[in-house]
Every structure is written in structure tokens, then in C-alpha cells.
Design a protein around this ligand. Structure first.
Ligand code: LMR
Length: 328
């Protein structure tokens, strides 16, 4: 009967799609070093959700937060070996691959997070996403965290207060130079070691946006947080170029579109996310937040300023100008 034919045809359909289902999904391992409850952590989970909704059975995104798969000392290597396919390292961690990206860590470069976004959307900003493809790294977009605050076990009001203190820094020459400029002692240390480093006194201070301070409980091991907004913590979402270029073109386009959507979402919310974490830090009453007068803040700016000259050649004077222009 017709019914039987239709039934068996649909059974065949199920069988066929069953076969399609049985094909191994493409797995994107996304490793990062922060908590789920941070702008980057949330972005990674949103990317997973949207991709798996749009490509059920075809693509699987595995998110590994908190350095659970690779810490920041090893994650770039892992990406180049295609052991992970996607990362979002902080822009401070690209020294070795693209010196231009050191731009983002120049102290007091951006007035606020809106200026950061304007720059990232500009031609100059976008062009930086493609500077590492010859090394096997493709940039898909920027995710902002927020501006950084200084923390220490000593009240930091003026640059001289930092003298002689040991500060944890990311693996970045610019940040190393920034603390040397204060006559402080920078110590490069991976993100996962920071809490213990501060707790045991291996280092006395650090620089983080509020979301990292709160999610790593840094406020429990630092008596003072100076709201300096002196530098930026943002990320570039990157993929292994060979992996990415080897994807079916339609899928690659689809994933790019999802990534753009996620980047917009992260960047829309990250500042507020940080403000909410600031409030939680205030409520915890474990550390005091120090606010600077404009005069005090300009002293920090002056003290750190020579770093710009030091890195002008490796970054490029034009690029620095383009970034400064985004402040207006
Ligand atoms: C840091 O090492 O302080 C940051 O790069 C961590 C992060 O990914 O937010």
C-alpha cells in the first residue's frame, strides 16, 4: 500500500540520517585559563551553545576552563600542534608571534572600554587579526574583559608606593617594562599560579580587571585595590589556521557568523560584568578600594609613559597613533 511505501521510505530516511549521525562530529577544543563566571568563560560557553544548536551532531565544542587542559604557558603550543583548535589568550601573550599586538598593553593607551571597541572595529584593529596566519594562527575576533586595576598588600596611591614591590605579570615584555618603570620588581607567572603567589608572598601585588580579581579570589589575598584603570585586558579569539582552512567553506562561514555574534555579546556585557564583580568585592569587605584623584592618576600615567617609547619601533608609531585616535 501507499502507506507502507511511505513508511518504509521514511524509515530509510531515518536510516540515512542515522548514518549521517554516525559520522564523527568535528570537535573544537576550546581551552582557556579563567573561570566560567567571567566574560571570556561566558563567551566560550555561548559559542558552544550556539554552534551546537546550529550544527547538532556535526560540530562539538568542548570548553576547558580554569587551565584544566592547558595553562597559559602551554596553550599556544597546544594550538599550534592542533591539540586544541581554539583559544582566547590575552593580547599580552602574543609577544613572540606578533610584536604589533604589544600595542594593547601600553599603559594608559585607551581612555575607556568604548575607545577599545572603536579601535578593534577600525581597519587598523581588524588587520591585526590576520598578522599571524603565516605562523599558523588565525584571529577571529576580539573579546574584551575590562581595564585593569592594581592590587597589593600596601596602599598604592602614588607611583612611589610601588617601589620595590614584587608584581605578578603576564608573560609580556611591555608589562615587565611597565613595572620596572615604577622601580618595582615584575615576576612573570602563569595565571593559575597567581593566587598562591600572592598568598605565600612570592609576589606582593598584581594587575587584573575586577572579574579576574573576584573569580580568582585575589581580593582575599590583597588588602588594597587601586582603581587605576591603567591598562587593558582583552583577548583575541584564535584558531589553528590549518584546522580552520580545512573546514568545509559553508561551515567556516557559519562558525564565523556565530563568532561575530558572540563577540558582540561579550563586548556588550563585559564592562557591566566587571562592575558587578566590583560590587561583590566591596560586599566581601576583605580589601579596600582606593580611588585616585585626577592628579594622582596623572602621576601614574607620567611614571609609566616611557614604556611607549621603548616599544614604539616594534609596535609601529602609526599603529599607536591609530589607537590613540580612537579615544576621541
Ligand atoms: C592573566 O594571565 O592575567 C590573564 O591573561 C588571564 C585571562 O585570560 O584573563
Amino acid at each position: 500500500t501507499l502507506f507502507k511505501v511511505l513508511a518504509s521510505a521514511s524509515a530509510l530516511g531515518i536510516l540515512l540520517s542515522g548514518n549521517a549521525l554516525a559520522a564523527d562530529p568535528i570537535v573544537i577544543k576550546f581551552s582557556h585559563v579563567v573561570a566560567d563566571e567571567t566574560p571570556k568563560g561566558q563567551g566560550a560557553l555561548l559559542f558552544k551553545k550556539l554552534v551546537e544548536e546550529k550544527y547538532p551532531n556535526q560540530v562539538k565544542v568542548e570548553v576547558y576552563p580554569n587551565s584544566s587542559l592547558y595553562g597559559d604557558g602551554k596553550e599556544m603550543e597546544a594550538l599550534l600542534l592542533n591539540n586544541v583548535q581554539m583559544l582566547a589568550p590575552s593580547l599580552a601573550k602574543f609577544d613572540k608571534y606578533a610584536p604589533q599586538i604589544q600595542l594593547f598593553d601600553l599603559p594608559f593607551l585607551f581612555d575607556d572600554i568604548q575607545a577599545v571597541e572603536r579601535f578593534e572595529k577600525s581597519e587598523a584593529g581588524k588587520s591585526l587579526l590576520n598578522t599571524m596566519t603565516d605562523k599558523g594562527i588565525t584571529g577571529l575576533g576580539y573579546w574584551n574583559n575590562d581595564l585593569k586595576q592594581l592590587s597589593a598588600n600596601k596602599a598604592l596611591k602614588l607611583p612611589k608606593d610601588a617601589r620595590g614591590l614584587k608584581f605578578r605579570v603576564q608573560n609580556s615584555e611591555v608589562l615587565d617594562a611597565q613595572f620596572k618603570q615604577l622601580n618595582a620588581v615584575p615576576r612573570k607567572m602563569s595565571f593559575s599560579e597567581m593566587y598562591q603567589g600572592l598568598q605565600t608572598g612570592v609576589v606582593n601585588g598584581a594587575e587584573n580587571p575586577y572579574s579576574n580579581i573576584y573569580s580568582q579570589k585575589i581580593h582575599e589575598v590583597q588588602k588594597y585595590i587601586t582603581e587605576s584603570n591603567h591598562g587593558l585586558l582583552s583577548y583575541m579569539v584564535i584558531v589553528n589556521t590549518k584546522f580552520w582552512d580545512g573546514l568545509p567553506p559553508e561551515l567556516r562561514t557559519g562558525l564565523s557568523e556565530i563568532m561575530d555574534q558572540v563577540s558582540d555579546e561579550v563586548n556588550k556585557k563585559s564592562h557591566e560584568f566587571n562592575l558587578a564583580d566590583k560590587q561583590k568585592i566591596i560586599d566581601a569587605k576583605t580589601s579596600e578600594i582606593i580611588y585616585l584623584t585626577p592628579e594622582e592618576r596623572s602621576q601614574w600615567r607620567e611614571a609609566m609613559r616611557p614604556v611607549w617609547k621603548k616599544f614604539e619601533d616594534s609596535i609601529g608609531a602609526d599603529l599607536i597613533k591609530a589607537a590613540e585616535a580612537s579615544n576621541q
